[in-house]
Design a binder for this molecule. Sequence first.
Ligand code: MD3
Ligand code: FE
Length: 232
Amino acid sequence: MLSHSLSKTDQSVISLDLFNDLPPSPEAAQMPLAAGSVLLRGFAQSMDAELLRAIDAVIVQAPLRHMQTPGGYTMSVAATSCGSLGWVSDSTGYRYAALDPSSRRPWPAMPACFLDLAQRAAAQAGYDNFVPESCLVNTYTPGAKLSLHQDKDEKDLTAPIVSVSLGLPAVFLFGGAKRSDKPQRYRLLHGDVVVWGGPSRLAYHGVLQLADGEHALLGRRRINLTFRRVLV
Ligand code: MD3
Ligand code: FE
């Protein structure tokens, strides 16, 4: 079939040419958030059950934990990782590590459906050949939050970060290059994927306290996957 040789982007262009009375498919519901950053509304929704099974398998091998920050706080978000490197924080600082410090074993391999999703989302946003070594799995229960911060522990700052939201909705804060820049607020919903790159790659960002609620598939939780290219 002809369409098999075409990328998602090509297919939407063609279908819009042939059927310009129809709205774009949900997968093409793209909104630019800033230069280099794109929200793909609902991009992961159709594979939510498969993603959740893969997340459960990762968490069995590398349990969620509340990490310490170098500033002496315990994070309200519980996290784990998969891939060849995992993001860790303790009293000595933040870093990427090949071994899970809790078990001293390698992190679980990145599930094939994770890598496939991250690469398709990056390509849709214009980043070809995205090969993340790391996926951080953040879990929020009601009340959990992530204070404004920058992601700058990765050596390759030219690669985007792909983030996937599952479960309860969250209010995401997207600020500027300085902590004091007033952030914009976005509601991130189950199945939303955001590709963060380009000039906004070092923007301050955070997540407001999660509101209570119940999600049909995930229950009283929000899970965020962030795919990162760490090494140059
Ligand atoms: C914007 N996680 O783990 S990823 C994190 O929902 C983190 O758990 C958030 O921030 C979460 O570090 C959302 C969104 C994200 C990641 C990197 C960015 C947004 C970004 C880099 C620049 C600008
Ligand atoms: Fe971050």
